[in-house]
Design a protein around this ligand. Structure first.
Ligand SMILES: [Cu+2]
Length: 92
């Protein structure tokens, strides 16, 4: 029982605070690319604090409280902007 309530608490806090993601992106060349990717990620309505780095070829963001974004949704958003996600890292 104790174990179970602990597990529930962990799951609850994961849902409430959401995960942080770091995504490697292929094909970015300028600030327009950065803007397009930032826009598409925000459009999902599931993430916040989107930071896209041209230098690092990376996007980082957090899940919005109570929302859950899938890897497919992340890939789709980046593809929609015209680029491809080569690796998706979940950083808790
Ligand atoms: Cu560009």
């Amino acid at each position: 029982m104790k174990y179970l309530s602990g597990l529930v608490l962990i799951l609850f806090s994961m849902t409430v605070f959401g995960a942080n993601y770091s995504v490697d992106i292929k094909g970015m060349t300028c600030q327009m690319c950065v803007k397009a990717i930032t826009g598409e990620l925000n459009k999902t309505g599931k993430v916040e604090k989107v930071i896209v780095s041209l230098e690092e070829k990376k996007a980082t963001f957090s899940e919005l409280t109570g929302k859950e974004i899938t890897e497919q949704e992340i890939k789709a958003a980046i593809k929609k902007a015209g680029y491809s996600a080569t690796q998706i890292n979940k950083v808790q």
